[in-house]
Write a protein of this length. Sequence first.
Length: 266
Amino acid sequence: MKKNKFLLNKYTLSAIILLLCLALDIFLHKGITRVLLPDSFTNKRIPQNYLPCDRPLKVNSKEWIKAVNTLSRIEKIPSETAGIEMDVYFDTIKNTFQVYHDSAFKTELDINSLMEVYKNRNLKASIWLDFKNLSASNEGQSLQYLSTLSKQYNLQNKLIIESSSPQYLQSFCDSGFFTSYYIRFFNPYRIDEKELIIQLDTISGVLKKYKVSALSGYYFQYPVLKKYFPHYPILTWTDNSTISLVSNSFNKILMSDDHVKVVLHP
């Protein structure tokens, strides 16, 4: 009797510990947990039938590495890496891309320095360029530069050109590049229906006017983009915590969803 009571207490304690661990995991990853739960969003807008700019892109695996913005980073990535992301600003005076995330951490590192490592290591990864300052004043020059860079490093069908200014992506699309419209920050789970409709109408207005190959946004925007703009591949980013059941479950969903083309990991 005492033995059975001991076993019962042991298993009960284990169950309580597991539940507490799961509760902590859910709390620490509450943003991802919210995305895992079904949400119908608004029924005042219907899925749009706009078609993307259909351009080829080599994607051997959805899992790409985020923010490869330094020489040490590109020197250390696994040789079999399927894809990498870089944050770039075009310098019209130097006629090159400077590689850094934001002005607070501006560097003089240019993309050719990274691409020489890419070439010397014989990397085959596709490259996602987060084009931070694409504008009317640098559109033509940066397009010409990218065309040269693509030939120089054999990057045909291996480049994503991403920008929050889709009106300047049209020429890249016309030149055969895979482009992505970066959806500016909004969290559909933290805004009311009226605000969500404004966001959807803004995106819809852009896509009606300008053609792009894909939509890119935060992981919590993924369900909304998938629902209302079903013809567009989705590019997104998330964490890769190996000890989180919530994170692992969400990553499995992203990897198995045909709507998702690329997932960036830290």
